[in-house]
Design a binder for this molecule. Structure first.
Ligand code: GTP
Ligand code: MG
Length: 370
């Protein structure tokens, strides 16, 4: 049955909780502000106080929250969002760090202060490229399972001294399943035992045919250590993204995805959000998963405060009331009431799912005892 707390009912009507309690008291019902009443009673109360009531099915709550695609006018080019994948120790993090270092002008506001989950660089061909450092395949899979398609291009890192390994193959499978184009970065070519050609033939066995072997997959020999090939890799990414013709409407309310989130002792919940459509602004009311908040500050990848963030821009968002989860989709809503409605619905769903899991765990335990 549908229910609502007296506090929430009062909030939605912009009435005082005590007035709702008084009204219920007149009808012979004694309640505290935290009590739950049924939808029929709530409707009577609301009408008594002169409000119009529109009851919606619970499952309708999410209606219209996400568009997932932009259509029509105001479509403009946006930077590609690139994820780096590959086998353990093949140099994913080193490559990201090297790309960022060669790109960030030393002395620029903030410089490289800390390791962050997402950042933008400028391509030698002009235009920006957004990189996401996913903490691993698990996170990528989790995001995809939730329907959050954040990546436009996957860079597959293969160490030239080690070759194609199990997680290389896994990454290929992920990219293919997600329908995302793949670019190969043959890394560590500075090493004496590097065998880049062996990597090319090994990839062939996994139906990746690189350009130099007559195929369509762009491949680049790089070294995160010496910086060799990094500019060419960035150029390749820009060319690939031009083929994809990526567009978004910056002139609408923002939608995006949480890349990572943490509870910071000083700043409270901090979520790194990749804006995918629209423009996110300070003061916006956002929901992400079962959490919501009013955007208090936006901090870019150089640690600077910004007023807004458009499509493909990663920003740290401050102001959430709780810590959302990586992979949670972010949407701007028109009011706090709407934000509460959505997050309360999701919290209830989460609780029910947990209860269901506990239930089945309990049964298993009981079965084991037999
Ligand atoms: P995981 O996150 O553990 O999967 O590893 P990773 O893929 O991020 O590799 P990481 O960047 O941590 O590099 C692993 C090791 O390889 C480190 O010791 C790096 O210094 C070294 N390394 C990375 N790139 C290069 C390179 O181009 N040349 C050489 N010589 N060493 C490299
Ligand atoms: Mg790493």
């Amino acid at each position: 049955p549908e229910t609502i707390t007296i506090q929430e009912l009062a909030n939605r009507m912009s009435e005082r909780g005590v007035d709702v309690i008084k009204l219920l008291m007149k009808q012979g019902q004694m309640h505290k502000i935290t009590d739950v009443i049924d939808a029929d009673t709530a409707q009577l109360v609301a009408e008594e106080l002169g409000h119009t009531v529109k009851r919606v099915a619970e499952s309708d709550v999410e209606e219209g929250l996400f568009d997932t695609v932009d259509v029509g006018e105001n479509l403009t080019s946006r930077p590609p969002v690139v994820t780096i994948m590959g086998h353990v120790d093949h140099g994913k993090t080193s490559l990201l760090d090297a790309i960022r270092k060669t790109n960030v002008v030393s002395g620029e506001a903030g410089g490289i202060t800390q390791h962050i989950g997402a950042y933008q660089v400028t391509s030698p061909l002009g235009g920006k490229i957004t990189f996401i450092d996913t903490p691993g395949h698990a996170a990528f899979t989790a995001m995809r399972a939730r329907g959050a398609k954040v990546t436009d291009i996957v860079v597959l890192v293969v160490a030239a001294d080690d070759g194609v390994m199990p997680q290389t193959i896994e990454a290929i499978t992920h990219a293919q399943a997600a329908g995302v184009p793949l670019i190969v970065a043959i890394n560590k070519v500075d090493k004496p035992d590097a065998k880049p050609d062996r990597v090319r033939t090994e990839l062939l066995q996994h139906s990746i045919v690189v350009e130099s072997l007559g195929g369509e997959t762009l491949e680049f020999e790089v070294s995160a250590k010496t910086g060799q090939g990094l500019e060419t890799l960035l150029e390749g990414l820009t060319l690939q993204s031009e083929i994809l013709d990526l567009k978004a409407n910056p002139e609408r309310s923002a939608e995006g995805t949480v890349i990572e989130a943490k509870l910071d002792r000083g700043r409270g919940p901090v979520a790194t959000v990749l804006v995918q459509r629209g423009t996110l602004r300070t003061g916006d009311i956002v929901v992400a998963g079962a959490e919501w908040g009013r955007v208090r500050a936006l901090i870019n990848d150089l640690g600077a405060n910004v007023k807004e963030a458009g499509p493909s821009v990663p920003v740290e968002v401050l102001g959430f009331n709780g810590t959302p989860e990586a992979g949670d989709r972010v949407a701007v809503v028109e009011s706090e009431a709407r934000a509460r409605e959505v997050t309360e619905y999701r919290t209830r769903q989460k609780r029910e799912r947990q209860a269901a899991r506990m239930g089945s765990a309990g049964r298993t335990l009981a079965d084991m005892m037999r």
